[in-house]
Design a protein around this ligand. Structure first.
Ligand code: RIB
Length: 302
């Protein structure tokens, strides 16, 4: 039984921690390094599974050590991974991440490897799963035609669809009518909206713009300013957790939010309760290092 189906990528995150991020042409010493599971899709799937939702992760890895890391991760976190394709031609993707240890902010380069090679035909093998799940969650770290196809499959059934439009890349307008929840962060929202978003008023304007485009609900995540929610009948801001100097690494905070949102929706939480829950999960994830490894468990939320 699957409550949440996540389509997306797995990559191995190679993360460097340092007091400040290097500028162009500069070399700085790091204070730490780790290799761990990442990839927006996989992180979101782990976040939801750790909150006790039944999750299937649909993606592609290589036949190599990092591919094994992914499968081990899914086994350990009780995800259905029969939906993970293993490529003999392409290596598992990797990401190079630099984290500023003073405020937890980061810069990321993703080399998607095998994850980018998942095809429409492969996705079609799990069309029933996609159409019959309660919540279908995806991002933009695989090919966009595959993502759009899967969103259509999900809407053919009764699934609630969530698109976390990350990384920000150009998508066809057709996408918007298949999206129940659109969850950009402020930088991504600026990209799709075409204007700066520095306060709640501007977030409201962007939210209204996304609703006019066809999404049912827009949730713009605004880092330490919380979130801004918009739909046809209401709009409001909600503050972030006050974490003071507890933030260690913000990598995957947006993934924690989208995964928790999916979990809350699948459990039929009322929207305000669901948003509070997702804000809390996302905030807690920043107090630990890593991406998937930093996702809190249901017990951590209490
Ligand atoms: O959202 C964070 C993730 O983005 C990282 O885990 C990295 O792999 C990139 O996909």
């Amino acid at each position: 039984m699957t409550d949440i189906c996540v389509l997306g990528n797995f990559v191995a995150d190679n993360t460097f921690y340092s007091e400040k991020l290097p500028t162009k042409g500069q070399t700085v010493f790091g204070s730490g390094f780790q290799v761990g599971p990442g990839g927006k899709g996989s992180n979101q799937a782990i976040a939801a599974a750790r909150l006790k939702s039944k999750v299937s992760f649909l993606g592609k890895v290589g036949d190599d050590e990092y591919g094994k890391m992914a499968i081990e991760l899914y086994k350990k976190n009780n995800l259905n991974h029969k939906t993970v394709f293993v490529s003999n031609e392409h290596p598992t993707g990797v990401a190079g991440i630099m984290v500023n240890q003073t405020d937890g902010t980061n810069a990321i380069i993703v080399y998607p490897g095998a994850s980018m090679e998942i095809t429409i035909d492969e996705v079609n093998k799990f069309s029933n799963l996609i159409s019959n799940c309660k919540v279908f969650l995806t991002q933009l770290e695989i090919k966009t035609d595959v993502t759009l196809h899967a969103l259509k499959l999900a809407k053919k059934g009764n699934a609630i669809t969530i698109l976390n439009p990350a990384p920000a890349i150009k998508i066809e307008d057709e996408f918007f009518k298949y999206i129940d929840f659109f969850t950009p962060n402020e930088t991504e929202a600026e990209f799709y909206f075409g204007k700066k978003i520095e306060n709640y008023d501007q977030a409201k304007e962007a939210g209204d713009f996304f609703i006019k485009k066809g999404v049912k609900n827009s949730i713009i995540t605004l880092g330490d300013k919380g979130i801004y929610f918009t739909n046809q009948s209401s709009n409001f801001a909600m503050p972030a957790l006050d974490l003071k100097n507890k933030v260690k690494d913000t990598t995957g905070a947006g993934d924690a939010f989208s995964g928790a949102l999916a979990s809350g929706l699948e459990k039929k939480m009322d929207i305000k309760e669901c948003l509070k829950f997702a804000i809390k999960v996302s905030g807690i994830s920043t107090t630990k290092k890593g991406a998937a490894d930093a996702m809190p468990f249901a017990n951590d939320i209490k």
